[in-house]
Design a binder for this molecule. Sequence first.
Ligand code: PHE
Ligand code: ZN
Length: 896
Amino acid sequence: NAIVHHGSQAHAQPGCSRKMMKETAPAAIHLKDYAPPRWRILSVDLCFVLDPEDTRVRSRLTLVRNGQAEAPLQLNGQDLVLHHIRLDDRPLQPGDYHLEGETLTLHDLPERCELSLETGIAPAANTALEGLYVSGGNFCTQCEAEGFRRITWFLDRPDVMAVYTVRIEADKARYPVLLSNGNLTDSGDLPEGRHFAVWHDPFPKPSYLFALVAGDLVCRRDGFTTRTGREVDLRIYVQRHNLDKCDHAMRSLQASMGWDEDTFGREYDLDIYMIVAVDDFNMGAMENKGLNVFNSKYVLARPDTATDDDFVAIESVIAHEYFHNWSGNRVTCRDWFQLSLKEGLTVFRDQEFTADQSLRAVKRIQDVQRLRTLQFPEDAGPMAHPVRPQSYIEINNFYTMTVYEKGAEVVRMIQTLLGREGFRRGLDLYFDRHDGQAVTTDDFVKAMEDANARDLSRFRRWYDQAGTPLLEATGTHDPETATYRLTVRQSCLPTKGQPEKLPLHIPLVMALLDARGREIPLRLEGEDSAVAGERTLELTAPTHVFVFQDVPELPVPSLLRGFSAPVNLRFPYTDAQLAFLMAHDTDDFNRWEAGQQFALKVLQGLIEAVQAGQPLMLDARFAQAFGQVLANGALDAALVAEALTLPGEGYLAEQMAVVDVDAIHQARQFLRQALGAALGDRFRAVYEATAGAQGMDATAMGRRRLCNLCLAYLCASGEAEAVALARTHYGSADNMTDAMGALRALLDCPGEARDQALAHFEARWRDDPLVLDKWFGLQAMDAAPGALDRVRGLMSHPGFSIRNPNRVRAVLGTFAMANPVHFHALDGSGHGLITDSVLELDALNPQIAARLVTSLSRWRRFDEERQGSMRRCLERIVAHPGLSRDVYEVASRSLD
Ligand code: PHE
Ligand code: ZN
C-alpha cells in the first residue's frame, strides 16, 4: 500500500499501516461472524480543505446507539493523522479515546451524540488509488469497498447509511470544478483566490458510495426527461483535450436511462447525474451516488481512437453504473459477502441492455466466452469461492469473475425458471420491499419466491457452492415404442473447504431436432399433450431420466440452449451430429456452440499430433462445415464472425489434464493457417463483400468484425498477397477497428510491413495513452521469439508507467494472460518478470499487484518444470517483507 507515514504534528499518532500488521499473518473475516452495527450514523457533515500534500477533512457525525449501553464506538481509519477530536463540542484529550492500529475507540458515550474530527491526509502520495488521491493533477476519490476509512474515521461498512452534506474548499484557479454527491446547495468565493461548494445528498447511503472530485475539468452537458417528467441535468466531466470524445458516452447514458424505465420500471431520482473520467483508476468505473467516477477508458471514444469493441464496452459500463442506482444504491449490501447482490444483478441487467441494443445471440456468445475463459478457470483453481464467499482476508480480492459473471448467471437462471414476467414481479417486489435498506442475497431470492409462490431453497445452493458443475447427458432411442430417453447426471468436483457437493437446481433448456433440423413437439411420459418447440427441464437430483414420447426416429438433442446454466456439458455427439447442429440448430447460441465443440475436437487431435511428433493435417469435414458457415449469406455477419473464431488458447488449456502451452499454440496456429489456405478464395470474397462498412450501428460493426477476421485468416496462411492486403487495409483505415484489425493480422507476419505499421501507429498515437495501450497490448501478446526483451522494452517506453493501472494491464496483464507461450517459457523468465513486477507494484498499488499474482495461481496445472518455476515465484512473493494483505492472500492461497 501507499503507506503514508505522516509526522505526528497532532496529539495523536497516525494509524498503524496495514503493512506493519502483515508480519503477524493477516486475519480472515467470516460471514458467520456478521453482527449488526452497534451505532448508527444519522448524518455526516464533511468539510474538505483540499491540498495535494496535506488535505484537512473535518467531519461531524450524528451518532445514535443501536445496541447495548456498554458497546463502545469503534471507528475505522487508515493512514490518517488525527488533529482534533471533540464530543458534543467538548475537546477530547488522548486519555478520552483509544487509538490503536486501524481502530479509534470511544467508551461510555451517551445514547445520542455528535462527534467532530479533524484528520489530515496526503492525496498526492496516495498511489494505491483508494481514498482521496490525485490523478492528472485533479483530486478524486475511490471508496468502494473500504476506501472511506482512508479519508476520515468512520463506521466504514455498507450497513451504516447516512445523509451526507459536503463542503469543499480549494484554490479556484487550479480546481475550478468542485463536485460531490447529490445536489449543489451553495457555492462562492473565499479570500486568497479560493472558493467553495456545498453538496447535499438527500438519500441515505453507505460510505462506499461517497465521492468527491475537484479539478480543472470541462463538461459535456445534455439532459434526460424521466417518464414522470423529471428533468435531469446530465454532465460528463473530462480534461479539456478530451471534450470531443464524450458523445458516445452521453448517448449511452441516455439510452440506459430510457431502457431501465421501459424494461424494469426504474426511474432516476436526483436532478443531476455526473460522470467524471480519470486516467488513474483501479477498476472500470464506480457507481457513487449521482457522481460516477470512471476509468477514462470507459468514457472516451471517437471512431478514429476507439474500436467497435471499445464503443460497446463503454456503452455497457455506462449502463452498468447507471443501473447500480437501483441495484446497489437504493438497495445496497448488508456486508461485503453480499457483493454479488449488487454486482451479479447489475451485470445481468447490463447484459440484457446490451442484448437489446444489438444481436442478442452474439451478446450471449460473447458473455459465455468470457465466463468460460475467465470464470471457469477461477472456479477450478485455488482462488475458487462461492458467489457469496464465506471468508476473505482482503475484500478487494473478491471483485472477481465469480461474484460478477457467475453471479449474473445465477440471476439469469432465476429468470429462466420464473419466466420474464415472473422475474419482473420478483424484482419489483425486491425494490419495493428493500428500498433504502442494506440487504442480503437471501432477501433477493426470497422476493423472487414470494412474488411467484415458488420454492427456490435448493436453488440457493448456487450462492454457497463453488466450482463449475458438470452435466453428463446420454440419449437412447427406442424405435419400437417411439421413445427417446435422455439421462442427465450432475456432479461437481470438490473445491477448497467443500469436499462434498450437493446437487443444484439447474434449468436445462432443450429441444429435439429431427433429421431435417425441425424441433420435434415434446411430450414427456405421463403428460397428455405435446408442446411445440423447446422446454426447460429442471434438474434437482444427481440423476434424472426424461422419457420423451412420440419420437419416431433418432433425434439430435439440442441441449443447454442459450447456455441456460453455467455448467460444462458433455454429450457424446459424433462429428456428423456436430456438423449437423452447426448448420441446422434452431437456437443461434447452440449453432455456435456445436461449431466450438467440433473445433475443440479437431484441435485436441492436433495437440496430440504435435505432442507425438506426427504431421498435422486439416480435418476435411471440419473445413467443409467451416466453409459452409462462411458461405452462408443468410447469417448475420457478427454471428458468422463468432462462428469462425476458434476456441482460445486459454480455453484449450482448460480442457487438458496437463497444460502444454507450446502444443496448444502450434495446433491452433496450424489450424488457422490451414483454414486460411484451404478457404483462401472464400475468405477473400467475404473480405471484399464486407470491406468499407460505414457507421457505428450493430450491422456495420458486425461487418467490420467479419472483414477483419477474414483478413486475419488470410494473413495466417502466410501468403505474400495477404500481407499486402493487410498493409493496404491499415493504410486506408479511417477508424480504429480496421487499423487494429490490420495490425492484429500482421502480427502473424514478421517482416517489413508489420514493423512499419507498428512504428507508424506508435508515432501517430504516442501522446494518446488509451490508444497507445492498444499498441502495448498487441506487442505484449506477440508470440514471436524475443517476447521478454520486447516486454522489457515496452516497460521503458516513455508512455509506460508502473503507477498507472491501465498501462500495467496493457503490458504486464496482457503478457501474463494472453501470451502463454512466453509467459510460461520453460526457463522461468516469464514467471520471473511478472514476479519482479508484482513486488515492485505491491509497494505502490496492492490491488493491481494482487490481480497480477492470479496469473501464477494455477501452477498445479502444468508440467513439473513449470510447476516448480511458478511455485518458487509464489514462495518468493510470500516471503517478501512488508507484503500487502492483498498479495499475501492470493499468493498464500495459491500455495496451500
Ligand atoms: N462497483 C464497481 C462496479 O462494478 C466496481 C469497483 C469496485 C470500482 C471497487 C472500484 C472499486 O461497477
Ligand atoms: Zn458493478
